[in-house]
Design a protein around this ligand. Structure first.
Ligand code: NAP
Length: 278
C-alpha cells in the first residue's frame, strides 16, 4: 500500500498560495482565529494553523475568550472582529460553550470571511455545486489529497462513513461535483462492512479509533482517513487501522500526517482567496 502523505499535498498547496501572493498588491491577508475556553484540542489545532499560515507568508491573529463568557458579550466581540477591515478571514473553533447560540454566530459571520464554510450561504453553495463560496476545510482537504495525487473521482464508487455537517455531508457534495457516485454511511447503515468493501475510494470520518479494519476494505481500494482520535493508550490515531489494510488497499492516508496536515493548508488557500475576492 502506498501512503499518501499530507505534507506532500500541503507543499503543493503552498506553491499555489505563494504564487497567488507573488501577484498580490494589497496588504497580506490576515486570519482571525477565535477561541472560547482552553480546550487542549482547540489549542493544538490553533497552534498548528498559526505555524502553517505563517510559514505560507500569511498573517494570523488569535482572539481568546473565557469559557464562561456570556452570549451577549461574545456576540459583541464577534461582531467587532467580523466587521474589522483588516481581518480577511475568520476561523471559529467549535463547539462553543453551550451558553452561546452557535446558530446565531453561523448566521452572523460574513460569508466572504467564513473560511471554514459554516454560514448558511456557504453551505448552500456547497450543496448547489457553486464554487464561489467556501467549503469546510476538512472536506475540501480530502478532495485535495486525491486531486494532488492525480486520483480522478469521475465515475468512481465512493463510500463515506460519517454524515456530519463538518465532514461527511459537505464532502459527499464536493465529490458529487467531481462526478463520483457517492454513498454516505452512518450508525444506522445495514451491512456497513459490505458497503465499505464495494468502495473504490473509502473515506472514514466516523471518529472511532481504528474501526476500519481489513474486512471493511475491497482489494485495491484507496482509503482516506479523516478521523483524529486518541486510543486507549493515549496515542493519536485515525479511524483506519492502516497496518491491517496494508496488504489489501492500494493507497491510504496516515494519521497523524495525512488529511489533518492538508486541512490547514486549505485554510491558507481560502484566506488568500478571500483576500483576492475582496
Ligand atoms: P461527528 O460529528 O461525531 O460525526 C461522526 C459521524 O460518523 C456520524 O454521522 C455518525 O453517524 C458516524 N459514525 C460514528 N460511529 C459510527 C459507526 N460505528 N458506524 C458508522 N457510522 C458511524 O464527527 P465529525 O465532526 O464529522 O468528525 C469525524 C472525525 O473526523 C473525528 O475523528 C474528528 O476528530 C475528525 N476530524 C478531523 C478533521 C481534520 O482536519 N482531519 C477535522 C474535523 C474532524 P450518526 O450520524 O448516525 O451518529
Amino acid at each position: 500500500m502506498i501512503r499518501l502523505k499530507g505534507a506532500e499535498v500541503s507543499a503543493k498547496i503552498k506553491e499555489q498560495v505563494e504564487k497567488m501572493l507573488s501577484e498580490w498588491e494589497g496588504p497580506v491577508p490576515k486570519l482571525a482565529i477565535i477561541r472560547v475556553g482552553e480546550n487542549p484540542d482547540d489549542i493544538s489545532y490553533e497552534r498548528g494553523a498559526i505555524k502553517k499560515l505563517e510559514s505560507f507568508g500569511l498573517r494570523v491573529q488569535s482572539y481568546e475568550y473565557p469559557a464562561d463568557i456570556s452570549d451577549e458579550a461574545f456576540k459583541k466581540a464577534f461582531r467587532a472582529i467580523n466587521e474589522t477591515e483588516d481581518v480577511t478571514g475568520i476561523l471559529l473553533l467549535r463547539p462553543l460553550p453551550k451558553q452561546i447560540c452557535e446558530k446565531d454566530i453561523e448566521e452572523m459571520i460574513d460569508p466572504a470571511k467564513d473560511l471554514d464554510g459554516i454560514s448558511p450561504v456557504n453551505i448552500a453553495k456547497v450543496f448547489a455545486g457553486d464554487t464561489s463560496g467556501f467549503a469546510p476545510c476538512t472536506a475540501e482537504a480530502v478532495v485535495e489529497v486525491l486531486k494532488q495525487n492525480d486520483i480522478s473521482l469521475t465515475g468512481k464508487r465512493v463510500v463515506i462513513v460519517g454524515r456530519s455537517m463538518v465532514v461527511g455531508k459537505p464532502l459527499s457534495m464536493l465529490m458529487l461535483k467531481e462526478n463520483a457516485t457517492v454513498t454516505i454511511c452512518h450508525t444506522r447503515t445495514r451491512d456497513l462492512k459490505g458497503t465499505c468493501r464495494e468502495a473504490e475510494i473509502l473515506v472514514a470520518a466516523a471518529g472511532r479509533a481504528r474501526m476500519i479494519q481489513e474486512d471493511y476494505v475491497g482489494a485495491g481500494a484507496i482509503v482516506v482517513d479523516v478521523g483524529i482520535n486518541v486510543d486507549e493508550n493515549g496515542k493519536l490515531c485515525g479511524d483506519v487501522d492502516l497496518e491491517s489494510i496494508e496488504e489489501k488497499a492500494a493507497m491510504g492516508t496516515p494519521v497523524p500526517g495525512g488529511v489533518g496536515t492538508v486541512t490547514t493548508a486549505v485554510l491558507a488557500k481560502h484566506l488568500v482567496k478571500a483576500g483576492q475576492r475582496k
